[in-house]
Structures are given as C-alpha cells and as structure tokens.
Design a protein around this ligand. Structure first.
Ligand code: ADP
Length: 235
C-alpha cells in the first residue's frame, strides 16, 4: 500500500510537471521579449493555453479517479435510456470527429433502451471510449457504436477502424498513465487516465470492460449493462 502510494504520487507529480513546465517556459520567453513579435506572441500564447487546458483536463480526471477509487462516489443506478445518453455523447463529440472527417454512427435495434445504470457515469465512460476512438482513429475513418440485446443485459460496443493496439500492450492500457505511444497521446491532449476511469465506472456497475484489437484493422471496446424489462401497460 505504501509503495503504491509512493508510486502514485511520483506519477502524478511527473504528469503535473509536464504541462506546468511547458506553460512556464512559453510565458517566461514572452516576458523576456518574445511578446514584441506579434506572430511569436500569438503562437506562444496559444501553446501556453494548450498546456494549461491539458493541466485542467488532468486535474479533472485525477479528481474523478481518486473519488471513484476512494469509494466517495456512489453509483446512482437508476432507469436510464441508453439511446438518449449515447446520442447526447455523440453530439458533443461530433465537432471533433468532423475535424478529422470521422463518421460516428449509432446502431440500435430500438429507439429506447432501458438499463440500470448511473446516467452521468455511463455518459462519462462512453465519452472516454468514443473520444479515444476519434482521437486514435484514422482520418476519414468510422466509429460504430452498437447495442446488442442479451437475455439479461445489453452489450455496448465502441468500434473504430484505426491503427489498433499491439497485443503486448492490451492488458496494460487500463492502468493509469499507461500510453501505447506517449508522444501521440500527449499531442492529442490525452491525460492517460481515460481508460482507468472507464474501467472503474464499468466495474462499479458489476460489469467488465473488454478490448479486442488488431494492428492496422482497429479496436473494439465492449461492456454490458443490466437491462430493465419494460412492463407492457395494462398487463
Ligand atoms: P489517453 O488520455 O492517453 O488517451 P487512455 O487511458 O484513454 O489515455 O488510453 C490509454 C492508451 O491506450 C492511449 O494512450 C492509447 O495509446 C491507447 N488507446 C486507447 N484507445 C485507443 C483506440 N481506440 N485505438 C488505439 N489506441 C487506443
């Protein structure tokens, strides 16, 4: 436990230092004279802002993760319309997908699907998975979100046709701060915590997240949620 705590602190300090160090560098260079050149000024201000946005995302993810790990966040499992939640997530991420000409599609056999879940947390998990599929997918690619009915549950699948993840990394990607390509994740604004958060949320729903991936073909993440049978009115 003590070693875990030490490693966690060391990891966090390192991750925090990177964006702080970058923003600090740009701002000091501006103060030292770069501000007088208009083009350099705009470029450096934008870079400093990007680093601080990254810092903001990192702190938000750290907070979520530590709250979930400490068990402070109780899942409020209630009747949730999966279709509605997923549409909202896709809508939010659409501008990012459009930037890279990626088509995100939802395949659902019904207009409404009711599951027992914490709406906010499931929306957060779906956001992380679909955001990754867009972030790491290929330009002009496809992201398909599919719901499949089982006896007791609904399976949710998020599939991309991006570069995939080499098999030797597959069982480590859910660890906090684990990245397959460090520079690529950072350049894309990743915090390295997205999948760790997804895993915690899915586990808190007494379910499991699985991943299948083939290099150059794409990656599929999936998990199940308990279904709620709709009682027919009048029976
Ligand atoms: P990050 O903030 O770096 O995206 P995540 O925890 O969300 O962190 O993901 C961990 C790593 O797993 C990423 O850095 C990336 O290398 C890899 N990864 C996640 N999703 C995908 C995907 N859909 N396709 C390819 N690689 C992925």
């Amino acid at each position: 436990m003590e070693q875990f705590r030490r490693e966690f602190l060391a990891d966090i300090s390192h991750e925090l230092k990177t964006p702080i160090f970058a923003a600090q560098g740009f701002i000091h260079t501006l103060i030292d004279g770069a501000k007088d050149d208009e083009r350099v000024r705009d470029k450096f201000l934008q870079k400093a802002a990007k680093s601080l946005d990254g810092l903001d995302a990192l702190v938000a993810d750290l907070l979520t993760l530590s709250q979930i790990e400490a068990g402070e966040i109780k899942m409020h499992r209630e009747r949730v319309d999966l279709v509605k939640v997923t549409h909202e997530v896709i809508e939010q991420l659409e501008p990012r997908a459009n930037q890279r000409e990626i088509k995100v599609k939802l395949h659902t056999p019904q207009d409404q699907i009711f599951v027992k879940a914490d709406a906010y947390r499931i929306s957060q998990a779906l956001t992380n998975l679909i955001d990754n599929a867009i972030k790491y997918g290929r330009d002009g690619g496809k992201v398909n979100v599919t719901f499949t009915e089982d006896k007791k549950d609904w399976e949710i699948e998020v599939k991309d046709d991006g570069p995939g993840i080499p098999p030797e990394h597959l069982n480590r990607i859910f660890e906090r701060f684990y990245r397959v390509e460090k520079s690529r994740s950072k350049e894309k604004g990743g915090t390295g915590l997205g999948l760790a958060i997804v895993k915690h949320i899915v586990n808190a729903h007494k379910s499991k997240i699985t991943v299948m991936s083939r290099v150059d073909k794409g990656t599929t993440f999936s998990f199940k949620l308990d279904k709620i049978e709709e009682k027919l009115a009048g029976f």
